[in-house]
Design a protein. Structure first.
Length: 439
């Protein structure tokens, strides 16, 4: 009956809508279901109208994908755009052209939507966000946390000079009223001492921020490091933990609380690897897929011997390695506890956190942490869409959803790094890129 319905629908729209029929693919739909072999996808009006074997659709443009894999495009629930240019990360770089350049880069790497976490500026709130979300501009769809909350100490993120920095809980309501006007997807708060180098946000202030955000029906995402901060924030009603817990392994008490409170966990494992990996020679350093993601001058910077020596001689070097190992352990524990994990990378904040490649590296690190390729893909598609509250339209390949997908020349179920073998990127049923290293 489903096939008959698909045929009727196809015949009804063939006269008015350009139909595309992807034939004979291995389909990973992002739901966690097993891949479907020799499967067809019928696309009409930018949406998926059917996924099944042997679809017949008169008037459709057929593309044979025998031997190839189709999966949903990626969604990054923690990124930054606009401030990165060359080897600098600065508010001076935050222009419309630079933003659109970054969004197109994400798209070339198969990332169809990103959440920019708290470092944005007014120019995107005058139609640019809406235009990306409505498909009127090229590149990934943009979501934003607006202007994040930090401590009164101006040193952490001092170039992000639009951050909200309350001195007391009493200042928070007026600040939240200002922030709510730009309709952020979440509110970002920095609750961390940056390795002991900064003042940590006081509990009475972040409690007020959480309380006021929830009055506006806006969720809260926290930048943090320590397990005890994660515990206190969870008890206070946090919605999203936007970085790994890295000082200690999580305990059963915290896992239980996070699950009961429906907290989403964004591990950003790649951020922690970038903190130390250039002291050595990562196996992807000369990979064209990686190099294409770099801003001009960054490859020369990170491969300079002096740069690597500086990292290795840093007093934080061993701490960073230890933090990464703990983050990997905690991801597996948190996932196994049934807590929602979503893809996020903090890409775009600084030159070494390269946009596009990092999202694929993150999935590789998830698998190294003990997850399966199927789990890493679901985290990076369906779960990330749920984190952005766009899962009704995106994140999985299902009937009625947008035809945002990747065509790969190899199956990532065999090797998660095969997500990098991009033949083409599709947005709302149209091919928009051949990937970042197309000839």
């Amino acid at each position: 009956m489903a096939l008959i319905g698909s045929l009727i629908y196809a015949d009804a729209v063939a006269q008015t809508t350009s139909l595309v029929l992807l034939k004979n693919a291995t389909v990973i739909d992002g739901t966690g279901a097993a891949p479907k072999k020799n499967t067809d996808i019928l696309i009409a009006g930018g949406q998926i109208s059917a996924i099944q074997k042997d679809i017949k659709a008169s008037g459709a443009r057929e593309i044979d994908l025998t031997g190839k894999t189709v999966m949903p495009s990626l969604i990054c629930a923690h990124a930054h755009v606009g401030t990165l240019k060359g080897t600098t990360s600065s508010a001076d770089n935050y222009t419309r052209d630079n933003l659109l350049r970054h969004l197109k880069k994400y798209e070339d790497y198969g990332v169809s939507a990103i959440l920019s976490m708290g470092t944005d500026r007014p120019l995107i709130f005058n139609g640019l966000i809406d235009s990306t979300q409505n498909g009127l501009l090229p590149g990934a769809m943009l979501y934003s946390a607006g202007y994040g909350f930090n401590t009164p100490d101006p040193n952490p993120g001092s170039w992000m000079n639009l951050l909200l920095r309350p001195d007391s809980p009493e200042e928070v309501p007026a600040m939240m009223e200002k922030l709510a006007i730009v309709k952020p997807t979440v509110v970002k708060i920095w609750v961390d001492d940056h390795g002991g180098n900064a003042q940590k946000m006081k509990p009475e202030i972040y409690q007020a921020i959480i309380r006021e955000a929830h009055k506006h029906n806006i969720r809260i995402a926290a930048h943090l490091f320590y397990v005890e901060d994660a515990r206190k924030l969870t008890e206070a009603g946090i919605d999203v933990i936007a970085h790994s817990i890295r000082d200690k392994e999580v305990d059963e008490d915290l896992l239980t609380k996070m699950k009961e409170k429906n907290v989403t966990y964004i591990p950003t494992l790649s951020l922690d690897e970038y903190q130390f990996v250039y002291a050595g020679n990562p196996d992807w350093i000369n990979d064209a897929f990686f190099k294409a993601s770099l801003e001009p001058g960054v490859f020369e910077m990170i491969t300079n011997k002096a740069y690597g020596e500086k990292i290795k001689n840093s007093p934080d070097y061993q701490r960073n390695i230890s933090a990464f190992k703990t983050a990997m352990i905690n991801l597996k524990k948190i996932y196994d506890a049934g807590i929602r994990v979503a893809l996020g990378t903090d890409s775009g904040a600084f030159p070494v956190r390269t946009q596009g490649f990092t999202e694929h590296l993150e999935m590789e690190l998830m698998v190294k942490a003990g997850l399966t390729p199927a789990q890493a893909i679901t985290i990076s598609t369906r779960n990330a869409a749920e984190a952005l509250r766009i899962a009704s339209e995106k994140g999985t390949l299902e009937q009625g959803k947008k035809a945002d997908l990747l065509i790969l020349t190899a199956n990532p179920m065999d090797d998660i790094k095969n997500t990098r073998k991009i033949e083409s990127v599709w947005k709302e049923g149209k091919e928009v890129s051949k990937g970042p290293i197309a000839k």
